[in-house]
Ligand binder design. Structure first.
Ligand code: GN1
Ligand code: MG
Length: 556
């Protein structure tokens, strides 16, 4: 077992160099829905220390990843998302070591204890893969992160600017391909583009081009002035799209600078404010135009259509994308039958949602007999639940999600049940699974999956949107004095345990409207509590949300 050569002086020196300003010197950082996220000025030391703990985690498993991003948050914020060797978000049992490392009053002692307690040997083969999105504060924070990793003698693989899901993908890919440390050192983002380009080309070739198709050629992609614009262009499938019969315009591609990152554009704005992104009116479109918005780090996507000048906007959100993809995958499986059995009977399948999933989406699935599971907010919960099935489709309503599958196991099931892998239906089904990002929600990969589905089904956005109608809903956020006093208990966080008695009062408010529901939970990424209400009319949903908001604003 190789031992650590911890140099207390070097480690402490780095810690001092990255010390926070007075404003943040007493801040206690907590691991939120997706890691640490707050004002970028507070994060230098957080990044340095996350680097150290990530280096220890990588020594234990062989590799880890750290992404510097604050996703859909405003430009002044930044954050850290931590990735395990398998490409997924770091396992929950390591959230405490990261949090404790970040907040420890004696860093060197803490590191020594952690290494001893977990019995982790130093490994010069370990790699910590790092990347950042386009925020102005990111280069500074990447430098702090790398300093931390190197302070304990572990090697960094710096990918530069990437979307969050690209970093997850690259870590996942290295693991899947059993890459050596030297292989990892030689990786670059081209692997991602090559993978999806090849898989989309192969899938596209299998899709019949029906004269009667309603597939729409015009696609506007709003990339929130974040990293997504650049990366979409590099993917070079849809931007060089004559082969695919698409006419793509990238809006808010970030080329005017980061000033407008997530500003009146992006998936969060479309989903929550239900308004077209900034600049939409300047694009020549018609009723048939498909619109798509990513968030700042390109791990969320929503589809929509309508008229920017009248703001008539119809959103196909994460709930509906999950259903469309789920239905499509089921239809591909239903084609795979022989005289003994059908593939659908041999595969376990789930759709995973959070408490924010529209009730109409849940009802649509349960009416069809599809297994639905509900988990707390945050992709880490959705992903882990989906992993318990052969195929898991998981999406948050805001468009954050993916499809994951046990690909090798499914191939084996096919072979064991006398299905030929050369069969056209089998081939098509398996190839579709290769369009997904297996590690995490990915706006680009989901775009490919949805376009493949739309092309194959020959439907337009309006037609697919009509499979069910969302119940009107309203989401509000409220800054309270101390959001940590709000504690939820329930599989999907829709019941408040504390402050005591508050849950009953929330129920009392929404019970006045039949067929409605509402809940309050503390955000894990912003200093607010979120209020969500759903009712048969938007007027009632608004009324319920406002009433809860007023009650909380008075008392908390
Ligand atoms: C209601 C909502 O949209 N919550 C978002 C938001 O989490 P909060 O814990 O609600 O702040 O940010 C998360 C990370 O991006 C995302 O996973 C989640 O869906
Ligand atoms: Mg994001």
């Amino acid at each position: 077992m190789e031992s650590w050569n911890l140099n207390a002086e070097v480690i402490n020196q780095g810690d001092t160099t990255h010390a926070p300003t007075d404003k943040y010197k007493d801040t206690v950082f907590s691991y939120g829905t997706a890691g640490f996220r707050t004002d970028a000025d507070a994060l230098d030391r957080v990044c340095y220390r996350v680097g150290i703990v990530a280096a220890i985690r990588a020594s234990e498993t062989g590799a880890a990843g750290v992404m510097i991003t604050a996703s859909h948050n405003p430009l002044k914020d930044n954050g850290v998302k931590i990735i395990d060797k398998n490409g997924a978000m770091v396992t929950q049992s390591w959230e405490d070591p990261f949090t404790n490392g970040v907040n420890s009053s004696d860093l060197v002692q803490y590191i020594s204890d952690l290494i001893a307690e977990k019995g982790i040997a130093y490994s010069d083969k370990a790699r910590v893969c790092v990347a950042c999105d386009t925020r102005d504060s990111s280069p500074r924070l990447i430098a702090a992160l790398k300093a931390g990793i190197e302070a304990v003698g572990v090697k960094v693989k710096d990918f530069g600017e990437l979307s969050t899901p690209q970093l997850h993908f690259l870590v996942w890919f290295a693991d899947k391909e059993n890459y050596s440390p030297e292989d990892i050192d030689g990786m670059n983002e081209e692997i991602y583009y090559d993978y999806y380009k090849k898989n989309l080309q192969e899938y596209w070739a299998l899709i019949s081009r029906d004269e009667e198709s309603h597939y729409q050629s015009q696609l506007v992609v709003d990339t929130a002035n974040g990293i997504g614009g650049k990366q979409l262009k590099k993917l070079d499938i849809f931007t060089n799209s004559s082969h695919y019969g698409l006419d793509v315009t990238v809006l808010n591609d970030g080329s005017t600078g980061t000033e407008f990152l997530n500003h009146k554009c992006g998936a969060e704005c479309i989903h929550k404010d239900k308004s077209f992104p900034l600049g939409a009116e300047e694009i020549k479109t018609d009723d048939n135009t498909k619109w798509v918005s990513f968030d700042g780090d390109a791990d969320r996507i929503v589809y929509y259509y309508g008229n920017p000048s009248t703001q008539d906007l119809n959103v196909i959100d994460g709930d509906k994308i999950a259903i469309l993809l789920g239905d499509y995958i089921k239809s591909l499986m239903n084609n795979i039958t022989n005289d003994k059995t059908s593939l659908s009977e041999l595969i376990t399948f789930v759709v995973v949602q959070t408490g924010y999933a529209n009730s109409a989406a849940t009802k649509y699935l349960t009416d069809k007999g599809v297994k639905v599971e509900r988990v707390p907010t945050g992709v880490k919960y959705l992903h882990h639940r989906a992993e318990q099935y052969d195929i898991g489709v998981y999406f948050e309503a805001n468009g954050h999600g993916t499809v994951i599958s046990k690909y090798q196991k499914i191939v084996k099931i096919l072979q064991d049940n006398d299905f030929s892998l050369d069969d056209a239906h089998v081939n098509k089904f398996l190839k579709f699974l290769l369009l997904t990002n297996e590690a995490v929600g990915d706006a680009l990969a989901t775009l490919l999956m949805v376009e493949a589905f739309l092309k194959d089904s020959g439907k337009n956005t309006k037609e697919v949107n009509e499979i069910y109608s969302d119940l009107p809903s309203r989401m509000l956020k409220l800054a309270v004095k101390d959001r940590s006093q709000f504690k939820t208990h329930h599989e999907d966080e829709t019941l408040l345990l504390q402050p005591e008695g508050l849950q009953d009062r929330i129920v009392e408010i929404f019970s006045k409207v039949e067929g409605s529901r509402a809940f309050v939970r503390p955000s894990g990424t912003e200093d607010v509590v979120r209020i969500y209400a759903e009712a048969p009319t938007l007027e009632d949903a608004d009324k319920i949300a406002d009433e809860i908001n007023d009650m909380l604003a008075k008392e908390f």
